[in-house]
Design a protein around this ligand. Structure first.
Ligand code: SF4
Length: 554
Protein backbone atom coordinates (compact mmCIF):
# COMPACT_ATOMS: atom_id res chain seq x y z
CA UNK A 1 0.00 0.00 0.00
CA UNK A 2 1.19 3.49 -0.74
CA UNK A 3 1.39 5.43 2.48
CA UNK A 4 -0.28 8.81 2.75
CA UNK A 5 2.02 11.74 3.38
CA UNK A 6 3.06 12.42 6.96
CA UNK A 7 1.77 15.94 6.59
CA UNK A 8 -0.94 17.62 4.50
CA UNK A 9 0.05 18.14 0.86
CA UNK A 10 -0.45 21.88 1.24
CA UNK A 11 1.60 23.08 4.14
CA UNK A 12 -0.14 23.83 7.39
CA UNK A 13 1.10 26.92 9.19
CA UNK A 14 4.18 26.07 11.28
CA UNK A 15 3.69 26.05 15.02
CA UNK A 16 5.80 25.13 18.00
CA UNK A 17 5.37 21.43 18.68
CA UNK A 18 3.65 20.87 22.00
CA UNK A 19 5.02 18.25 24.38
CA UNK A 20 1.44 17.24 25.18
CA UNK A 21 -0.61 15.00 22.93
CA UNK A 22 -3.32 17.67 22.87
CA UNK A 23 -6.21 17.18 20.50
CA UNK A 24 -4.17 15.72 17.64
CA UNK A 25 -4.17 18.95 15.62
CA UNK A 26 -1.73 18.82 12.71
CA UNK A 27 -1.24 22.60 12.79
CA UNK A 28 0.44 22.34 16.18
CA UNK A 29 2.64 19.44 15.16
CA UNK A 30 0.57 16.46 16.29
CA UNK A 31 1.01 14.02 13.45
CA UNK A 32 1.11 10.84 15.53
CA UNK A 33 -2.23 9.03 15.13
CA UNK A 34 -4.12 9.00 18.42
CA UNK A 35 -6.81 6.47 17.54
CA UNK A 36 -7.49 3.63 15.13
CA UNK A 37 -9.22 5.80 12.55
CA UNK A 38 -6.33 8.23 12.38
CA UNK A 39 -3.96 5.27 12.10
CA UNK A 40 -5.66 3.61 9.13
CA UNK A 41 -5.97 6.98 7.39
CA UNK A 42 -2.23 7.52 7.86
CA UNK A 43 -1.42 3.99 6.72
CA UNK A 44 -3.11 4.50 3.39
CA UNK A 45 -5.29 7.19 1.79
CA UNK A 46 -8.93 6.11 1.65
CA UNK A 47 -9.06 7.05 -2.02
CA UNK A 48 -6.52 4.30 -2.81
CA UNK A 49 -9.00 1.56 -1.90
CA UNK A 50 -10.65 1.94 -5.29
CA UNK A 51 -7.81 0.17 -7.03
CA UNK A 52 -8.03 -2.76 -4.60
CA UNK A 53 -11.79 -3.00 -5.11
CA UNK A 54 -11.35 -3.06 -8.87
CA UNK A 55 -8.41 -5.44 -9.04
CA UNK A 56 -8.78 -7.70 -5.98
CA UNK A 57 -11.96 -7.54 -3.92
CA UNK A 58 -14.46 -7.54 -6.78
CA UNK A 59 -12.70 -10.57 -8.29
CA UNK A 60 -12.01 -12.58 -5.12
CA UNK A 61 -15.17 -11.68 -3.22
CA UNK A 62 -16.20 -10.34 0.18
CA UNK A 63 -13.90 -12.55 2.26
CA UNK A 64 -10.81 -11.12 0.56
CA UNK A 65 -11.44 -7.59 1.88
CA UNK A 66 -8.90 -6.18 4.37
CA UNK A 67 -10.81 -5.27 7.59
CA UNK A 68 -9.36 -1.75 7.58
CA UNK A 69 -10.76 -1.29 4.10
CA UNK A 70 -14.06 -2.98 4.91
CA UNK A 71 -14.90 -0.85 7.94
CA UNK A 72 -12.84 2.18 7.07
CA UNK A 73 -11.51 3.14 3.69
CA UNK A 74 -14.37 1.78 1.55
CA UNK A 75 -16.43 4.70 2.85
CA UNK A 76 -14.24 7.02 0.80
CA UNK A 77 -16.07 5.52 -2.18
CA UNK A 78 -19.56 5.57 -0.66
CA UNK A 79 -19.61 1.97 0.56
CA UNK A 80 -20.80 0.81 4.00
CA UNK A 81 -21.57 -2.74 4.97
CA UNK A 82 -25.28 -3.03 5.62
CA UNK A 83 -26.89 -4.65 8.65
CA UNK A 84 -27.14 -8.41 8.61
CA UNK A 85 -30.80 -9.30 8.25
CA UNK A 86 -32.82 -10.66 11.16
CA UNK A 87 -30.92 -8.99 14.02
CA UNK A 88 -33.25 -7.01 16.27
CA UNK A 89 -32.46 -3.60 17.75
CA UNK A 90 -32.08 -4.98 21.24
CA UNK A 91 -28.97 -6.83 20.13
CA UNK A 92 -27.34 -3.75 18.67
CA UNK A 93 -26.01 -2.71 22.05
CA UNK A 94 -24.49 -6.07 22.93
CA UNK A 95 -22.96 -7.20 19.62
CA UNK A 96 -19.65 -6.02 18.21
CA UNK A 97 -20.07 -3.97 15.02
CA UNK A 98 -18.45 -6.70 12.92
CA UNK A 99 -21.07 -9.17 14.10
CA UNK A 100 -23.69 -6.97 12.44
CA UNK A 101 -21.89 -6.83 9.08
CA UNK A 102 -23.66 -8.29 6.12
CA UNK A 103 -21.84 -9.32 2.96
CA UNK A 104 -23.86 -6.68 1.12
CA UNK A 105 -23.22 -2.96 0.99
CA UNK A 106 -25.06 0.31 1.08
CA UNK A 107 -23.74 2.45 -1.79
CA UNK A 108 -24.29 6.21 -1.80
CA UNK A 109 -24.35 8.17 -5.05
CA UNK A 110 -23.34 11.79 -4.52
CA UNK A 111 -25.48 14.29 -6.38
CA UNK A 112 -23.92 17.71 -5.78
CA UNK A 113 -26.59 20.39 -5.74
CA UNK A 114 -29.17 17.61 -6.26
CA UNK A 115 -28.81 18.17 -10.00
CA UNK A 116 -29.79 15.32 -12.31
CA UNK A 117 -30.59 14.91 -15.96
CA UNK A 118 -33.32 12.50 -17.00
CA UNK A 119 -30.58 10.31 -18.48
CA UNK A 120 -28.72 10.22 -15.15
CA UNK A 121 -31.91 9.39 -13.26
CA UNK A 122 -32.63 6.57 -15.69
CA UNK A 123 -29.18 5.12 -15.12
CA UNK A 124 -29.65 5.37 -11.33
CA UNK A 125 -32.95 3.52 -11.73
CA UNK A 126 -31.46 0.83 -13.95
CA UNK A 127 -28.57 0.18 -11.56
CA UNK A 128 -31.08 -0.15 -8.73
CA UNK A 129 -33.03 -2.78 -10.60
CA UNK A 130 -30.01 -4.73 -11.83
CA UNK A 131 -27.73 -4.61 -8.81
CA UNK A 132 -29.61 -3.37 -5.73
CA UNK A 133 -32.78 -5.47 -5.61
CA UNK A 134 -34.72 -2.38 -6.67
CA UNK A 135 -33.71 -0.27 -3.65
CA UNK A 136 -33.04 3.46 -4.04
CA UNK A 137 -33.78 5.92 -1.23
CA UNK A 138 -33.66 9.70 -1.49
CA UNK A 139 -31.61 11.06 1.41
CA UNK A 140 -31.90 14.39 3.20
CA UNK A 141 -28.55 15.37 1.67
CA UNK A 142 -29.78 15.14 -1.93
CA UNK A 143 -28.09 11.76 -2.47
CA UNK A 144 -29.47 8.41 -3.58
CA UNK A 145 -28.64 5.30 -1.53
CA UNK A 146 -28.72 1.73 -2.76
CA UNK A 147 -28.74 -1.40 -0.63
CA UNK A 148 -27.94 -5.06 -1.35
CA UNK A 149 -24.84 -4.14 -3.40
CA UNK A 150 -22.34 -7.01 -3.95
CA UNK A 151 -18.66 -6.15 -4.04
CA UNK A 152 -18.41 -8.06 -7.33
CA UNK A 153 -20.72 -5.53 -9.01
CA UNK A 154 -19.14 -2.31 -7.75
CA UNK A 155 -16.71 -1.68 -10.68
CA UNK A 156 -19.54 -2.11 -13.19
CA UNK A 157 -21.76 0.25 -11.19
CA UNK A 158 -19.01 2.88 -11.08
CA UNK A 159 -18.51 2.55 -14.81
CA UNK A 160 -22.18 3.11 -15.52
CA UNK A 161 -22.49 6.04 -13.11
CA UNK A 162 -19.32 7.72 -14.36
CA UNK A 163 -20.41 7.30 -17.99
CA UNK A 164 -23.20 9.80 -17.23
CA UNK A 165 -21.16 12.11 -14.99
CA UNK A 166 -22.15 10.72 -11.58
CA UNK A 167 -19.93 9.18 -8.92
CA UNK A 168 -19.69 7.80 -5.41
CA UNK A 169 -16.36 9.58 -4.74
CA UNK A 170 -16.12 10.75 -1.13
CA UNK A 171 -19.82 10.13 -0.62
CA UNK A 172 -18.92 8.91 2.91
CA UNK A 173 -15.74 8.88 5.06
CA UNK A 174 -13.67 11.70 6.58
CA UNK A 175 -13.95 13.75 3.43
CA UNK A 176 -15.74 16.70 1.82
CA UNK A 177 -19.15 15.09 1.37
CA UNK A 178 -21.78 15.98 -1.21
CA UNK A 179 -22.29 19.74 -1.55
CA UNK A 180 -25.88 20.73 -0.92
CA UNK A 181 -27.29 23.27 -3.34
CA UNK A 182 -30.63 24.98 -3.77
CA UNK A 183 -32.78 22.52 -5.72
CA UNK A 184 -34.14 25.44 -7.74
CA UNK A 185 -30.75 27.05 -8.42
CA UNK A 186 -30.72 28.88 -11.72
CA UNK A 187 -34.46 28.65 -12.28
CA UNK A 188 -36.38 30.18 -9.35
CA UNK A 189 -37.94 33.57 -10.00
CA UNK A 190 -37.05 34.86 -6.54
CA UNK A 191 -33.45 33.63 -6.51
CA UNK A 192 -30.85 36.02 -5.06
CA UNK A 193 -27.92 34.33 -6.77
CA UNK A 194 -27.20 30.98 -8.42
CA UNK A 195 -24.51 29.11 -6.45
CA UNK A 196 -24.09 26.29 -8.99
CA UNK A 197 -20.85 27.60 -10.56
CA UNK A 198 -19.20 27.56 -7.12
CA UNK A 199 -20.39 23.99 -6.47
CA UNK A 200 -18.95 22.89 -9.81
CA UNK A 201 -15.63 24.64 -9.22
CA UNK A 202 -15.17 23.18 -5.73
CA UNK A 203 -15.99 19.75 -7.12
CA UNK A 204 -13.56 20.18 -10.02
CA UNK A 205 -10.70 21.32 -7.80
CA UNK A 206 -11.06 19.20 -4.69
CA UNK A 207 -13.38 16.18 -4.78
CA UNK A 208 -11.30 13.04 -5.09
CA UNK A 209 -8.08 14.96 -4.37
CA UNK A 210 -5.63 13.80 -1.67
CA UNK A 211 -5.42 17.41 -0.47
CA UNK A 212 -8.58 16.92 1.58
CA UNK A 213 -9.00 13.15 1.72
CA UNK A 214 -7.76 12.89 5.31
CA UNK A 215 -9.92 15.22 7.39
CA UNK A 216 -10.53 14.78 11.12
CA UNK A 217 -14.08 13.68 10.25
CA UNK A 218 -16.73 14.38 7.64
CA UNK A 219 -17.12 17.90 6.26
CA UNK A 220 -20.53 19.06 5.09
CA UNK A 221 -21.12 21.98 2.74
CA UNK A 222 -24.26 23.88 1.72
CA UNK A 223 -24.44 26.62 -0.92
CA UNK A 224 -27.74 28.25 -1.78
CA UNK A 225 -28.78 31.59 -3.18
CA UNK A 226 -32.47 30.96 -2.51
CA UNK A 227 -34.26 33.34 -0.11
CA UNK A 228 -36.16 30.29 1.14
CA UNK A 229 -33.05 29.05 3.01
CA UNK A 230 -33.61 25.66 1.45
CA UNK A 231 -30.46 23.64 2.30
CA UNK A 232 -30.45 23.50 6.11
CA UNK A 233 -27.39 25.77 6.12
CA UNK A 234 -27.49 26.08 9.93
CA UNK A 235 -26.36 22.48 10.41
CA UNK A 236 -23.50 22.29 7.91
CA UNK A 237 -19.79 22.65 8.64
CA UNK A 238 -19.63 25.48 6.13
CA UNK A 239 -22.49 27.25 4.40
CA UNK A 240 -22.81 30.04 1.89
CA UNK A 241 -26.24 31.69 2.09
CA UNK A 242 -27.49 34.10 -0.57
CA UNK A 243 -27.72 37.76 0.49
CA UNK A 244 -27.84 41.14 -1.19
CA UNK A 245 -25.00 43.38 -0.05
CA UNK A 246 -26.09 47.04 0.00
CA UNK A 247 -22.93 48.13 -1.91
CA UNK A 248 -21.66 45.04 -3.68
CA UNK A 249 -24.90 43.30 -4.71
CA UNK A 250 -25.74 39.57 -4.63
CA UNK A 251 -23.29 37.23 -2.92
CA UNK A 252 -23.14 34.90 0.07
CA UNK A 253 -23.16 35.19 3.85
CA UNK A 254 -20.57 32.81 5.36
CA UNK A 255 -21.54 30.38 8.15
CA UNK A 256 -19.35 27.78 9.88
CA UNK A 257 -19.52 25.13 12.56
CA UNK A 258 -23.03 23.67 12.32
CA UNK A 259 -23.71 19.98 12.91
CA UNK A 260 -26.14 17.68 14.67
CA UNK A 261 -25.58 14.17 16.06
CA UNK A 262 -24.28 14.23 19.65
CA UNK A 263 -23.59 17.75 20.99
CA UNK A 264 -25.61 19.45 18.25
CA UNK A 265 -24.60 22.99 17.37
CA UNK A 266 -26.03 25.55 14.99
CA UNK A 267 -23.62 27.21 12.59
CA UNK A 268 -22.46 30.74 13.33
CA UNK A 269 -22.11 33.70 11.00
CA UNK A 270 -18.64 35.11 10.48
CA UNK A 271 -20.20 38.40 9.32
CA UNK A 272 -18.42 38.10 5.97
CA UNK A 273 -19.84 38.62 2.47
CA UNK A 274 -18.36 36.43 -0.26
CA UNK A 275 -18.88 37.06 -3.99
CA UNK A 276 -19.67 34.03 -6.15
CA UNK A 277 -16.25 33.74 -7.77
CA UNK A 278 -14.49 33.78 -4.38
CA UNK A 279 -16.61 31.02 -2.82
CA UNK A 280 -14.23 28.21 -3.88
CA UNK A 281 -11.21 29.97 -2.32
CA UNK A 282 -13.05 30.70 0.92
CA UNK A 283 -14.34 27.11 1.03
CA UNK A 284 -10.75 25.92 0.57
CA UNK A 285 -9.67 28.10 3.48
CA UNK A 286 -12.37 26.82 5.81
CA UNK A 287 -11.76 23.16 5.00
CA UNK A 288 -8.02 23.84 5.31
CA UNK A 289 -8.54 25.12 8.85
CA UNK A 290 -10.53 21.98 9.60
CA UNK A 291 -7.83 19.69 8.21
CA UNK A 292 -5.00 21.48 9.99
CA UNK A 293 -6.53 22.63 13.29
CA UNK A 294 -9.41 20.12 13.61
CA UNK A 295 -9.36 17.85 16.64
CA UNK A 296 -8.27 14.29 15.80
CA UNK A 297 -7.86 12.70 19.22
CA UNK A 298 -11.48 11.80 19.99
CA UNK A 299 -13.88 10.91 17.19
CA UNK A 300 -16.79 12.48 19.05
CA UNK A 301 -14.95 15.84 19.17
CA UNK A 302 -13.58 15.75 15.66
CA UNK A 303 -16.20 17.81 13.81
CA UNK A 304 -15.48 21.44 12.94
CA UNK A 305 -18.26 22.60 15.30
CA UNK A 306 -16.06 21.89 18.35
CA UNK A 307 -13.20 24.01 17.05
CA UNK A 308 -15.60 26.84 16.16
CA UNK A 309 -17.17 26.63 19.63
CA UNK A 310 -13.72 26.87 21.27
CA UNK A 311 -12.37 29.64 19.05
CA UNK A 312 -15.52 31.72 18.53
CA UNK A 313 -16.40 33.38 15.20
CA UNK A 314 -13.97 36.33 15.54
CA UNK A 315 -10.87 34.16 15.94
CA UNK A 316 -12.05 31.74 13.24
CA UNK A 317 -12.46 34.61 10.78
CA UNK A 318 -9.11 36.10 11.73
CA UNK A 319 -7.26 32.77 11.17
CA UNK A 320 -9.11 32.28 7.90
CA UNK A 321 -8.13 35.73 6.69
CA UNK A 322 -4.56 35.84 8.00
CA UNK A 323 -3.31 32.30 7.47
CA UNK A 324 -5.39 30.92 4.60
CA UNK A 325 -6.72 33.75 2.40
CA UNK A 326 -4.01 36.31 3.20
CA UNK A 327 -6.51 39.12 2.79
CA UNK A 328 -9.48 40.55 4.62
CA UNK A 329 -13.04 39.55 3.86
CA UNK A 330 -15.76 42.12 3.25
CA UNK A 331 -18.30 42.59 6.05
CA UNK A 332 -21.83 41.72 4.99
CA UNK A 333 -25.47 41.42 6.01
CA UNK A 334 -27.35 38.45 7.47
CA UNK A 335 -29.98 36.58 5.45
CA UNK A 336 -33.56 37.81 5.74
CA UNK A 337 -36.52 35.92 7.12
CA UNK A 338 -37.98 33.80 4.29
CA UNK A 339 -41.50 34.65 3.13
CA UNK A 340 -42.94 31.13 3.27
CA UNK A 341 -42.78 28.51 5.97
CA UNK A 342 -42.01 25.48 3.78
CA UNK A 343 -38.52 25.31 2.30
CA UNK A 344 -39.05 22.38 -0.02
CA UNK A 345 -40.33 23.91 -3.32
CA UNK A 346 -43.17 21.38 -3.65
CA UNK A 347 -46.08 22.20 -5.94
CA UNK A 348 -46.10 24.07 -9.26
CA UNK A 349 -44.01 27.25 -9.55
CA UNK A 350 -43.10 29.60 -12.36
CA UNK A 351 -39.43 29.78 -13.36
CA UNK A 352 -37.60 32.97 -14.28
CA UNK A 353 -37.68 31.88 -17.96
CA UNK A 354 -41.49 31.54 -17.95
CA UNK A 355 -41.54 27.75 -17.76
CA UNK A 356 -42.49 25.87 -14.56
CA UNK A 357 -40.96 23.56 -11.99
CA UNK A 358 -42.97 20.90 -10.22
CA UNK A 359 -41.94 19.52 -6.81
CA UNK A 360 -43.35 16.25 -5.57
CA UNK A 361 -43.23 14.00 -2.53
CA UNK A 362 -42.85 10.27 -2.10
CA UNK A 363 -43.22 9.03 1.50
CA UNK A 364 -40.11 9.51 3.72
CA UNK A 365 -37.79 9.46 0.69
CA UNK A 366 -38.61 5.90 -0.17
CA UNK A 367 -38.73 5.26 -3.87
CA UNK A 368 -37.31 2.40 -5.90
CA UNK A 369 -35.43 1.87 -9.12
CA UNK A 370 -38.51 1.18 -11.21
CA UNK A 371 -40.19 4.34 -9.93
CA UNK A 372 -37.09 6.47 -10.59
CA UNK A 373 -37.00 5.20 -14.16
CA UNK A 374 -40.68 6.03 -14.57
CA UNK A 375 -40.11 9.52 -13.13
CA UNK A 376 -37.39 10.06 -15.75
CA UNK A 377 -39.79 8.84 -18.47
CA UNK A 378 -42.66 11.04 -17.28
CA UNK A 379 -40.40 14.09 -17.07
CA UNK A 380 -38.97 13.47 -20.56
CA UNK A 381 -42.43 12.89 -22.02
CA UNK A 382 -43.36 16.36 -20.80
CA UNK A 383 -40.37 18.06 -22.35
CA UNK A 384 -38.09 18.17 -19.30
CA UNK A 385 -34.48 17.04 -19.30
CA UNK A 386 -33.62 18.07 -15.73
CA UNK A 387 -34.62 17.11 -12.18
CA UNK A 388 -33.43 17.94 -8.70
CA UNK A 389 -33.38 16.17 -5.37
CA UNK A 390 -34.06 18.23 -2.25
CA UNK A 391 -32.68 18.27 1.29
CA UNK A 392 -36.09 17.03 2.49
CA UNK A 393 -36.13 13.67 0.67
CA UNK A 394 -38.25 15.08 -2.18
CA UNK A 395 -37.76 15.73 -5.93
CA UNK A 396 -38.46 18.45 -8.49
CA UNK A 397 -38.97 18.34 -12.28
CA UNK A 398 -37.64 21.48 -14.00
CA UNK A 399 -38.32 23.26 -17.30
CA UNK A 400 -41.95 22.30 -17.95
CA UNK A 401 -44.00 24.35 -20.44
CA UNK A 402 -47.27 25.64 -18.99
CA UNK A 403 -49.35 23.52 -21.37
CA UNK A 404 -47.64 20.36 -20.07
CA UNK A 405 -47.97 21.02 -16.34
CA UNK A 406 -51.38 19.47 -15.74
CA UNK A 407 -50.52 16.27 -17.57
CA UNK A 408 -47.15 16.01 -15.76
CA UNK A 409 -48.83 16.40 -12.37
CA UNK A 410 -51.29 13.64 -13.30
CA UNK A 411 -48.40 11.41 -14.39
CA UNK A 412 -46.59 11.90 -11.09
CA UNK A 413 -49.72 11.40 -9.01
CA UNK A 414 -50.34 8.15 -10.88
CA UNK A 415 -47.00 6.98 -9.44
CA UNK A 416 -48.21 7.93 -5.93
CA UNK A 417 -45.93 10.97 -5.95
CA UNK A 418 -47.90 13.89 -4.56
CA UNK A 419 -47.47 17.41 -5.95
CA UNK A 420 -49.85 18.84 -3.33
CA UNK A 421 -49.19 16.45 -0.45
CA UNK A 422 -50.73 16.56 3.01
CA UNK A 423 -48.61 18.41 5.61
CA UNK A 424 -47.73 15.00 7.00
CA UNK A 425 -46.31 13.57 3.79
CA UNK A 426 -44.66 16.89 3.07
CA UNK A 427 -43.06 17.31 6.47
CA UNK A 428 -42.09 13.79 7.53
CA UNK A 429 -38.57 12.41 7.03
CA UNK A 430 -37.07 9.14 8.20
CA UNK A 431 -33.52 7.79 8.23
CA UNK A 432 -32.57 4.31 7.00
CA UNK A 433 -33.31 2.60 10.31
CA UNK A 434 -33.03 -1.02 11.32
CA UNK A 435 -33.83 -2.39 7.88
CA UNK A 436 -30.25 -1.77 6.75
CA UNK A 437 -28.33 0.38 9.27
CA UNK A 438 -25.98 -1.35 11.71
CA UNK A 439 -26.39 1.37 14.35
CA UNK A 440 -30.18 1.32 14.33
CA UNK A 441 -32.30 0.30 17.27
CA UNK A 442 -35.72 0.67 15.63
CA UNK A 443 -37.48 0.50 12.28
CA UNK A 444 -38.10 3.93 10.70
CA UNK A 445 -39.08 3.97 7.02
CA UNK A 446 -42.15 1.76 7.26
CA UNK A 447 -43.05 3.41 10.57
CA UNK A 448 -42.89 6.85 8.96
CA UNK A 449 -44.97 5.81 5.93
CA UNK A 450 -47.63 4.29 8.17
CA UNK A 451 -47.67 7.38 10.37
CA UNK A 452 -48.28 9.58 7.32
CA UNK A 453 -51.18 7.41 6.15
CA UNK A 454 -52.71 7.27 9.64
CA UNK A 455 -52.50 11.03 10.19
CA UNK A 456 -54.00 11.73 6.76
CA UNK A 457 -56.91 9.47 7.67
CA UNK A 458 -57.39 10.69 11.23
CA UNK A 459 -56.89 14.48 10.95
CA UNK A 460 -57.51 15.37 7.28
CA UNK A 461 -58.39 18.97 8.24
CA UNK A 462 -54.90 19.68 9.69
CA UNK A 463 -53.39 22.40 7.53
CA UNK A 464 -50.35 23.79 9.37
CA UNK A 465 -46.72 23.31 8.31
CA UNK A 466 -45.24 20.60 10.46
CA UNK A 467 -42.02 18.60 10.44
CA UNK A 468 -41.85 15.10 11.90
CA UNK A 469 -38.36 13.58 11.75
CA UNK A 470 -37.72 9.96 12.68
CA UNK A 471 -34.31 8.52 13.61
CA UNK A 472 -33.56 4.88 14.26
CA UNK A 473 -30.93 5.64 16.95
CA UNK A 474 -29.44 8.60 18.87
CA UNK A 475 -27.57 9.83 15.78
CA UNK A 476 -29.08 12.57 13.69
CA UNK A 477 -29.33 11.35 10.12
CA UNK A 478 -32.94 12.56 9.86
CA UNK A 479 -32.27 15.80 11.82
CA UNK A 480 -34.56 15.08 14.78
CA UNK A 481 -33.19 17.99 16.83
CA UNK A 482 -34.50 20.61 14.41
CA UNK A 483 -37.96 19.13 13.77
CA UNK A 484 -41.27 20.25 15.25
CA UNK A 485 -41.64 16.66 16.42
CA UNK A 486 -38.35 14.77 16.62
CA UNK A 487 -38.48 11.05 17.32
CA UNK A 488 -35.28 9.36 18.50
CA UNK A 489 -35.39 5.59 18.23
CA UNK A 490 -34.70 3.55 21.34
CA UNK A 491 -36.03 0.58 23.25
CA UNK A 492 -38.84 1.49 25.66
CA UNK A 493 -41.09 -0.39 28.05
CA UNK A 494 -44.66 -1.14 27.06
CA UNK A 495 -47.60 -1.31 29.50
CA UNK A 496 -46.65 -4.84 30.46
CA UNK A 497 -43.02 -4.01 31.14
CA UNK A 498 -41.66 -5.59 27.95
CA UNK A 499 -38.83 -3.93 26.02
CA UNK A 500 -40.20 -2.87 22.64
CA UNK A 501 -39.25 -0.48 19.85
CA UNK A 502 -40.16 3.13 20.55
CA UNK A 503 -39.03 6.74 20.57
CA UNK A 504 -37.83 9.50 22.87
CA UNK A 505 -39.83 12.59 21.92
CA UNK A 506 -38.27 16.01 21.24
CA UNK A 507 -40.66 18.91 20.60
CA UNK A 508 -40.29 22.38 19.09
CA UNK A 509 -37.06 22.31 17.06
CA UNK A 510 -36.74 24.54 14.00
CA UNK A 511 -34.48 25.71 11.20
CA UNK A 512 -34.56 29.18 9.67
CA UNK A 513 -33.74 32.45 11.31
CA UNK A 514 -35.44 31.27 14.50
CA UNK A 515 -33.52 27.99 14.47
CA UNK A 516 -33.26 26.07 17.68
CA UNK A 517 -33.17 22.55 19.04
CA UNK A 518 -36.30 20.75 20.18
CA UNK A 519 -36.80 20.16 23.87
CA UNK A 520 -36.46 16.62 25.06
CA UNK A 521 -39.77 16.02 26.81
CA UNK A 522 -38.65 14.51 30.10
CA UNK A 523 -39.82 11.00 30.46
CA UNK A 524 -41.90 11.17 27.29
CA UNK A 525 -41.27 8.00 25.37
CA UNK A 526 -43.77 6.31 23.12
CA UNK A 527 -43.79 2.80 21.81
CA UNK A 528 -43.84 2.44 18.04
CA UNK A 529 -47.36 1.03 18.26
CA UNK A 530 -48.56 4.10 20.18
CA UNK A 531 -46.93 6.59 17.82
CA UNK A 532 -49.95 7.51 15.61
CA UNK A 533 -52.15 8.05 18.70
CA UNK A 534 -49.52 10.24 20.33
CA UNK A 535 -48.81 12.43 17.29
CA UNK A 536 -52.53 12.77 16.57
CA UNK A 537 -53.12 14.03 20.14
CA UNK A 538 -50.27 16.56 19.94
CA UNK A 539 -51.30 17.93 16.57
CA UNK A 540 -55.01 18.09 17.35
CA UNK A 541 -54.28 20.01 20.52
CA UNK A 542 -51.94 22.37 18.69
CA UNK A 543 -54.56 23.01 16.00
CA UNK A 544 -57.25 23.74 18.58
CA UNK A 545 -55.21 25.97 20.87
CA UNK A 546 -52.83 27.84 18.58
CA UNK A 547 -52.99 31.64 18.37
CA UNK A 548 -53.51 33.17 14.92
CA UNK A 549 -50.03 32.98 13.43
CA UNK A 550 -48.43 30.74 16.02
CA UNK A 551 -46.16 28.05 14.63
CA UNK A 552 -45.51 24.73 16.28
CA UNK A 553 -41.94 25.63 17.24
CA UNK A 554 -43.03 28.82 19.00
FE1 SF4 B 1 -28.61 4.63 11.19
FE2 SF4 B 1 -29.00 6.03 13.40
FE3 SF4 B 1 -28.36 7.29 11.13
FE4 SF4 B 1 -30.74 6.21 11.38
S1 SF4 B 1 -29.94 7.93 12.62
S2 SF4 B 1 -29.40 5.98 9.60
S3 SF4 B 1 -30.33 4.42 12.60
S4 SF4 B 1 -27.06 5.88 12.27
Amino acid sequence: MAATPEKPTTAAPRRKVSRHRGEGQWAVGHFTPLNGNEQFKKDDDGLNVRTRIETIYSKRGFDSIDPNDLRGRMRWWGLYTQRRQGIDGGKTAILEPEELDDEYFMLRVRIDGGRLTTEQLRVIGEISQEFARGTADLTDRQNVQYHWIRIEDVPEIWERLEAVGLSTTEACGDTPRVILGSPVAGVAENEIIDGSPAIDEIHRRHIGSPEFSNLPRKFKTAISGSPQLDVAHEINDVAFVGVNHPEHGPGFDLWVGGGLSTNPKLGVRLGAWVPLDEVPDVWTGVIGIFRDYGYRRLRNRARLKFLVADWGPEKFRQILEDEYLERKLVDGPAPEQPAGTWRDHLGVHKQKDGRFYVGFAPRVGRVDGATLTKIADVAAAHGSGRLRTTAEQKMIVLDVEEAQVESLVAGLEALDLRVTPSPFRRGTMACTGIEFCKLAIVETKERGATLIDELERRIPQFDQPITININGCPNACARIQVADIGLKGQLVLDDEGNQVEGFQVHLGGALGLEAGFGRKVRGLKVTSAELPDYVERVLTRFQEERADDERFAT
